[in-house]
Design a protein around this ligand. Structure first.
Ligand SMILES: Cc1ncc(COP(=O)(O)O)c(C=O)c1O
Length: 399
């Protein structure tokens, strides 16, 4: 997209690679036909919401609760927050109450509300890389400064680099596990190490929050369970969403879970109430709050995603790509066979009609991201293209 001079400089800088590729895909599909373009550019699940969700919606509309379309407290319905708090108690063993749950317009809405409530101009937020590009935009929305820190070769947290990046201005570290774009699930050991570092800082009088983007928290393959962050460190604010686990991204529903161990939780909530109004969200969508409360224990089929991961990963291995096997979410982040991954991504587009996103769109050059939340058929049809690309580029590089 060419952005005109009339658009603010900040917004122009915020245009990401994922949308660029997605839009390129729309143009290609018009030219070659939908079935002849293999679009792995966007994390937009093609899976439908769990059965029962639609019938619950219909039931709610046919038997409306009086006043259910009105304004409500900015943090959401009390009863919804109580139900979610009960679920969080079961999950974490901590005494969550309705106060600790704040309903939001998805994870994106939640992160913006939290960051707006927390950040003053110039406050720093540590961002392990590669990262979901919007994080940088969200932090900068409120005058915050993202401090980008590399992860290890296997995309696990590098706590010594995080320690080196701490400063007087560090307000929080924003982590995302299961991770977009790598599919990595941060290990208990690395999170424990991070918690110990932040605990040491706390004893020196510096309070640093972990803001955890857990949008993919239920999409974890059995070989790597998601550690319970609330049990590792006190100052944890987890932001989640039902865009992926209930396949409802268009409905904009999610919530923030504030650890009951945070003594200032009521203050943080008051700040978030102001933030959600001044950002113009006002409150999370009313109808979907009620549905979300009832579907906390549900999720789309993780097994279906696992099958897709296995087919795609095996294809990449057969083709000769280097890639850390993902253990969560629905992304893969292989190394690009060409030093300039943008060139490789365009070659894949032109030669194989396969759409992927350059790693620099996630803060890491030399890699590319594949979003495999697509029909199995798309992976099967794209398979020969990945194998040909392997022959064409990987063998050539190695010889
Ligand atoms: C890591 C991460 N966080 C947040 C979001 C936004 O999620 P939501 O639709 O819940 O706002 C996405 C969407 O792809 C994501 O990948």
């Amino acid at each position: 997209m060419i952005l005109s001079e009339k658009i603010s400089k900040l917004v122009k800088d915020q245009e990401g690679w994922t949308r660029k590729m997605f839009e390129a895909g729309i143009r290609m599909k018009e030219e070659y036909g939908l079935e002849n373009v293999y679009d792995f550019s966007l994390g937009n699940p093609e899976i439908e919401p769990p059965s029962g969700l639609r019938s619950r919606l219909i039931e709610l509309l046919e038997h409306p609760v009086h006043g259910m379309h009105r304004y409500m407290p900015n943090n959401g319905y009390e009863q919804v927050r109580e139900e979610i708090a009960a679920y969080l108690c079961r999950l974490s063993g901590l005494p969550f109450t309705a106060l600790h749950v704040f309903m939001t317009a998805g994870c994106a809405g939640g992160l913006n509300v939290v960051l707006k409530a927390m950040l003053d101009m110039g406050d720093e937020v540590i961002l392990p890389s590669p990262f979901f590009w919007e994080f940088k935009n969200y932090i900068e929305n409120f005058g915050g400064v993202p401090i980008i820190v590399d992860t290890k070769e296997d995309f696990q947290l590098d706590v010594s680099l995080i320690e080196a990046a701490l400063s007087e201005k560090t307000k929080a570290i924003l982590i995302n596990s299961p991770n977009n774009p790598t599919g990595a699930v941060y290990s208990r050991e690395s999170l424990q190490e991070l918690a110990e570092l932040l605990e040491r800082e706390r004893r020196k009088g510096r309070e640093i929050y972990i803001i955890a983007d857990e949008a993919y928290r239920k999409l974890v393959y059995a070989d790597a369970p998601l550690p319970n962050l609330f049990g590792l460190y006190d100052l944890v604010v987890s932001v989640t969403s039902h865009s992926k686990d209930l396949a409802l991204p268009g409905e904009r529903i999610g919530y923030v879970a504030i650890s009951p161990q945070i003594a200032e939780a009521p203050l943080l909530v008051s700040g978030m109430m102001i933030a959600i109004r001044s950002l113009g969200f006002v409150n999370a969508p009313a109808l979907f709050q009620r549905v979300a409360a009832e579907f906390q224990e549900n999720s789309v089929s993780v097994d279906e995603y696992r099958q897709k991961r296995d087919l795609l990963y095996d294809t990449l291995m057969e083709a000769g790509f280097e890639c850390v096997k993902p253990t969560g979410a629905f992304y893969m982040f292989p190394r690009s066979p060409l030093a300039d991954e943008v060139e490789f991504v365009f070659k894949m587009q032109e030669e194989e009609r396969i759409l992927v996103v350059p790693g620099r769109g996630f803060g890491k050059e030399g890699y590319f991201r594949i979003a495999y939340c697509v029909p199995m058929e798309t992976i099967l049809k794209a398979r020969p293209g990945f194998l040909r690309a392997g022959k064409r580029y990987i063998r050539r590089v190695r010889n």
